[in-house]
Design a protein around this ligand. Structure first.
Ligand code: CA
Length: 249
């Protein structure tokens, strides 16, 4: 049998994984178990990488290409608990322990050492999928939201935190005003029609376009502008609006 520890990690499958499905790193030295796991995970759409050793796992984790690690505890090169500690020293990627030992004390210790969940072999594919989904849900909920800040001139619109500032001064916007500003800030210099705004901000293509003019005039006032002396927010007569950085600030 070829020594799995010297083989390069294998990426599965070349055939269409689900585009946004999390990549699972399978760390398992038993080739039969490993191929069953890979087959199941790929069949439900996960891109899968796999290695047979703890050191291989560390390399993969350090490369940052996986979204979840399924870690067998009985590996040929390192004790699973040590492998877990080393993974944890590198990243907080979710780790599900897979163990043949139904030893409650050890499982508790591993959970305290940073494992996110565990499965006792043998387990079914659907059980594995359910655990993976639950762990990833918890992980996503615990992760701080990454900020995405749209900048147009002195305007900064943080779409995750839902905060906007002009020249460093926070703007006190209503929900709709914020949505409107974010919509326009995502399309700087582009004329957007009232219908587009209705569809994009109000999610209602058949609503009243007058609503937009009202919210827009409030937004304009909060930006310290008037229709006749715009700095950022321009009305394009008969068409719609355009948000644009002033040539001079
Ligand atoms: Ca093993």
């Amino acid at each position: 049998m070829p020594d799995s520890s010297t083989r390069p990690p294998t990426a599965y499958p070349p055939t269409a994984p689900h585009p946004n499905a999390p990549t699972v790193l399978v760390v398992e030295d038993d080739p039969r178990v490993r191929s069953v796991l890979i087959r199941h995970l790929t069949s439900v759409g996960h891109p899968v990488r796999s290695v047979g050793t703890a050191l291989g796992a560390l390399r993969e984790v350090a490369a940052g290409d996986c979204d979840l690690v399924l870690l067998d505890l009985g590996l040929p090169d390192l004790d699973g608990a040590d492998a877990l500690k080393m993974i944890r020293s590198l990243t907080d990627v979710p780790v599900i322990i897979s163990t043949a030992r139904d030893d409650e004390n050890e499982i508790v210790r591993l959970l305290n050492d940073g494992a996110d969940d565990y499965l006792v072999k043998p387990f079914s594919g659907s059980h594995l999928s359910a655990r993976i989904a639950a762990v990833l849900r918890r992980f996503a909920a615990a992760a701080p939201p990454a900020s995405e800040v749209l900048r147009v001139g002195g305007l900064a619109v943080d779409t995750r935190r839902r905060e906007a500032a002009l020249d460093g001064q926070p703007l006190d916007l209503t929900r709709r005003e914020f949505d409107l500003l974010a919509y326009l800030a995502a399309r700087p210099g582009t004329v957007v029609t009232r219908r587009q705004i209705l569809a994009g901000v109000w999610q209602d293509s058949y609503g009243s376009v007058q609503t937009i003019d009202v919210h827009l005039s409030w937004l304009r006032r909060k930006l310290g502008e008037t229709p006749t002396r715009p700095r950022y927010l321009y009305t394009v007569r008969g068409v719609g609006f355009r948000l644009e950085a002033p040539p001079f600030r």
